[in-house]
Write a protein that binds this ligand. Structure first.
Ligand SMILES: [Zn+2]
Length: 114
């Protein structure tokens, strides 16, 4: 059975991290208003909007990629968490089989087994 791609899991994590970062920066930029009703459409406004939209797109895309590609390779129903580190053992909550990533063999792990 083909193991899950560690590079792909990192990519999904990166999507989430960047998405959250962009949304956070977006929150830090206040809207400037004229009186109580009119928003000023200045550069800050466009930057804020771009950050918000990009953040949302990154989060949604990360979510879609995760749901599509980080599934249990055996039954396809359980999910693998992209933040699982190598060396940790995790099992599918649906079929109980171990979900493995394509990490290179760790030489220290081998020595322990001898
Ligand atoms: Zn499974």
């Amino acid at each position: 059975m083909k193991p899950l791609s560690r590079a792909f899991a990192r990519l999904v994590l990166l999507f989430f991290a960047l998405g959250i970062f962009f949304l956070a920066v977006n929150e830090l930029i206040p809207y400037r208003t004229l009186g109580d009703r009119y928003r000023v459409m200045d550069t800050a406004y466009w930057i804020k909007n771009t950050l918000r939209i990009t953040g949302i797109v990154l989060l949604v895309n990360g979510g879609i990629q995760w749901v599509r590609n980080l599934r249990c390779p055996y039954c396809g129903r359980g999910y693998a968490m992209p933040w699982w580190r190598k060396g940790e053992k995790h099992f599918c909550d649906r079929c109980g089989r171990e979900i493995v990533f394509d990490d290179p063999e760790d030489p220290t792990e081998k020595r322990k087994g001898e």
